[in-house]
Ligand binder design. Sequence first.
Ligand code: ADP
Length: 485
Amino acid sequence: MKRLFWRIYIYFGAALVVLSVFIGLIYTKLNRGNIVEVYQEQLNVLAANIGEQIRDYVAEDDADGFFSYLTALEDFGEMQNTDIWIMSKSDSKYGMSSDFTNIELENVKLPEKTNTLIDNAYLGKAESYSDFDTIYEKTMIHLASPVVNNGGKIMGVILLNTTVEGQEKTISQYQKYLIISIAIALIASALIVTFFTRQIVHPISKMKRLALELAKGDYVKKTDILRKDEIGDLAKSLDVLSDKLKEAEEMRDNLEQSRRDFFSNVSHELRTPITVLKGYAETLADGYVIEPQKQQEYFSRIVRECSSMERLVSDLLILSKIQNPDFELDFEVINVIAIMQDVLRGMRVMLSEHKMAVSLDYENEMSFALCDYDRIRQLFMVLIQNSVKYSEDGSSIEVYIAKEEGQIVIMITDHGIGIAEEQKEEIFEKFYRGSNHSVKDGSGLGLVVAKGIVERHGGSISVISTLGEGSCFLVRLPEAAPPKM
Ligand code: ADP
């Protein structure tokens, strides 16, 4: 958790610092440029004013007046750290006399740029430049402005050399404020970043904990994060995952339980006939039963138990096959009526033994479905056998095959003992034997096999029944197009 927290924190922090420094630099640069520019403008006005004063003194030829003005001007210049030089070319036509200047340039060595400035001023242009003076170790502004007489002719030039010391002070003052504001902004941002980072990291670590719990197999806990953003979505997915895992675990437990039940049922179902068999066989072997008629009776019982065991084992075998998805059925499009006719033909002897009359009717003689012939045959046999088993001898069974919404519906109706309402679901469960089975033979696997077969065919099986009146088993199979001849 800490690592992500610090990582986000550092990223945000670095971005903020870079931004602050950037803004600070731009601000300082702009500010410095601006201040120097304003100051240059002020100097320009000053030079123009001085120029006008000089023009008046020259016009009146008032050298004394100019002298006192110049003295005051130089005092002012000193205060402002500004050299005010007034110069003129004495040999020029409109040049001023040395009474009105305060410097002779012949002996002064000036930088190249300043000379250009003066030359341009003589041509009538007021210009300035600023640079870093290596002698004074300060930024200097140099400004030259022409002194013009009443006729517009250039008499001389005023040169102002000044430092921007005062202005630099203002700039550093600004910078100080800027640094303080950046520092405050950084602290405020740090607090905000801490808050936001927590908002991200906290739920993530919560989800991590939940994931670890899930990995350990504890599916009870939830993230309890309710947010309408990506993190909220992720948390919800985790909660859903936890629910699903819980469901899967419950299903696994149920499956495990039914597997255990199945084994114990199978063992029980096998043990009973084996015990009985052993009893009869031992009695016969010990020679206690001497009368041939009695012996015969014992042998028939042994045979009966063996057949019931055989039936049970074969039902189990079929069940294990039908429930195994790897066991492939042999599908082909077949007319369901034909299969039913085959089944009834095969059961003729058994039916007549019980004096049962079975009728077969159908809505449409083209009742095709995609079937595994042997399995569907087995399904019909289970249902007809049950109808015979759970009906009085001499009663009747009606088979009707209809078509309904793309399905073939096979209805097997008997007038037997019927099934109680609360048992209608349970009869399709393994080893379930209804309270009505009384002394009839059976394993409780017939309907399970039937249901397995129907489901492997993509169909369904259900029962309508009234206790004491009879039952109707309905099998629905998806209809198939008749095969092309
Ligand atoms: P078994 O017949 O071997 O007991 P089944 O799985 O075939 O096992 O049937 C389960 C139970 O459903 C039976 O014990 C019986 O109670 C009930 N049952 C099945 N078919 C019928 C029917 N046609 N009429 C009444 N009860 C039936």
